[in-house]
Design a protein around this ligand. Structure first.
Ligand SMILES: [Zn+2]
Length: 303
C-alpha cells in the first residue's frame, strides 16, 4: 500500500490521484539523485495500475502484485541495459507496445536509466512515448535531468527525493557514509559493521574484487573506507601514488559502472569545487569507448 511506504508523501498522493483520474495511458519520468528509491516508486505505481484487489492502491499480496515484484508479470516489463538502452531494444518495445495487453489490463513499460540513452535510441523512443496507445503506460527512470529535452518535454516529471536519516532510522554520520543510499543503508543496518574502523587506500583493489565476487556489504564498506582514506590523504600523496590507486581500482574490476560509481563518490567527497567540473568531465568520458584505465589515472591524478 502507498500508506506503508516511507517518504515522498506528495509523490504518493500525486500517483494515487493519477490512478483516480482513470487515465487510459501516460508517460512519466521518475527522477532523483543516486540513492533515491526510483524503482520502489516505479513498481508501486505499476502495481497500483494493475492490482486486482485495491482499485486505487496496491495490496502487495495478490497474484498480480507478487508477480510484478518478482518480475514475472507479462504486462509490466522492465527495459534496461547497463551501457544504455539500445535502438534494437526500443524497436522491440515499439512492437510490444502496439500489441494488446496479455492480461487485458494495463501494460507498463519501465525504461531504466534513460540518462544513458544513446541519441538514436532516444529519437526512436520519442514517437511512441508521445502518444501511447490506450492502456499503455511508460515510466522512464533517471538519476539526472541531463537527458535530451525532447524526451523530458513528453513526460510528466515526478521527482523522488532521497529518504532522510530519520526516515531511515540511522544517524546523519551513517547516512553520509553511504551517501544516503537506501539499499546500502538497509543492508548495513542488518549487519554489525563498525564504520569507524579505518582501511588503507592501497587495498582498494582487493576490496573491489571481493565485492564483485559476493556483493557483500562489508566489502562495499571497505571500498568506501579506502576511498575516504585516499581522499583524506590525497594532498600528501605523490603523483605516482595517485596513479597506483587508480591502477588498483582497475585491477579490482574493469566494470565501468563500478569505476563510475567510485568516481562519483570521489567527486562528492572532494571539497575543492574548482575541480568539480573537470572531474565530472572525466567521469562523463566513461560513457564513450575510452580506455578505462587511462580515464581512472586521469581522474585520480586531478583530484
Ligand atoms: Zn495487489
Amino acid at each position: 500500500m502507498f500508506g506503508d511506504m516511507i517518504s515522498n508523501e506528495e509523490v504518493k498522493s500525486f500517483l494515487q490521484n493519477e490512478i483516480k483520474m482513470g487515465k487510459k495511458s501516460g508517460t512519466y519520468l521518475f527522477h532523483g539523485e543516486r540513492g533515491s528509491e526510483l524503482m520502489e516508486f516505479t513498481l508501486a505505481f505499476a502495481k497500483a495500475l494493475n492490482c486486482s484487489e485495491e482499485p486505487l492502491d496496491f495490496c502487495g499480496r495478490c497474484d498480480v502484485c507478487l508477480r510484478i515484484d518478482s518480475g514475472n508479470y507479462p504486462d509490466v516489463e522492465v527495459v534496461e541495459d547497463p551501457t544504455g538502452i539500445k535502438i534494437s531494444q526500443v524497436r522491440e518495445l515499439i512492437y510490444k507496445a502496439s500489441s494488446s495487453s496479455y492480461e487485458g489490463r494495463k501494460k507498463v513499460f519501465i525504461l531504466k536509466d534513460v540518462e544513458n540513452l544513446r541519441a538514436e535510441a532516444a529519437n526512436a523512443l520519442l514517437k511512441i512515448i508521445e502518444e501511447p496507445g490506450a492502456g499503455t503506460f511508460f515510466i522512464l527512470t533517471s538519476h539526472s535531468l541531463n537527458i535530451i529535452p525532447t524526451i523530458i518535454s513528453r513526460c510528466t516529471a515526478v521527482h523522488i527525493k532521497k529518504k532522510s536519516p530519520e526516515e531511515m532510522g540511522v544517524t546523519s554520520e551513517e547516512y553520509e557514509f553511504f551517501f544516503g543510499d537506501v539499499g546500502e543503508i538497509e543492508r548495513y543496518k542488518k549487519s554489525d559493521i563498525d564504520l569507524s574502523h579505518p582501511v588503507s587506500y592501497g587495498d582498494i583493489g582487493e576490496h573491489i574484487k571481493n565485492y564483485v565476487k559476493d556483493g557483500d556489504i562489508e566489502s562495499r564498506v571497505k571500498i568506501q573506507k579506502s576511498l575516504r582514506d585516499f581522499m583524506g590523504n590525497r594532498k600528501f600523496l605523490e603523483d605516482i601514488e595517485k596513479i597506483y590507486f587508480a591502477e588498483e581500482i582497475y585491477r579490482g574490476s574493469r566494470d565501468r559502472n563500478i569505476a563510475e560509481g567510485i568516481m562519483y563518490e570521489g567527486i562528492l567527497l572532494n571539497n575543492d569545487l574548482s575541480k568539480t567540473e573537470r572531474l565530472l568531465y572525466i567521469k562523463g568520458m566513461l560513457r564513450f569507448p575510452v580506455n578505462l584505465q587511462l580515464a581512472l589515472k586521469m581522474f585520480f591524478s586531478e583530484i
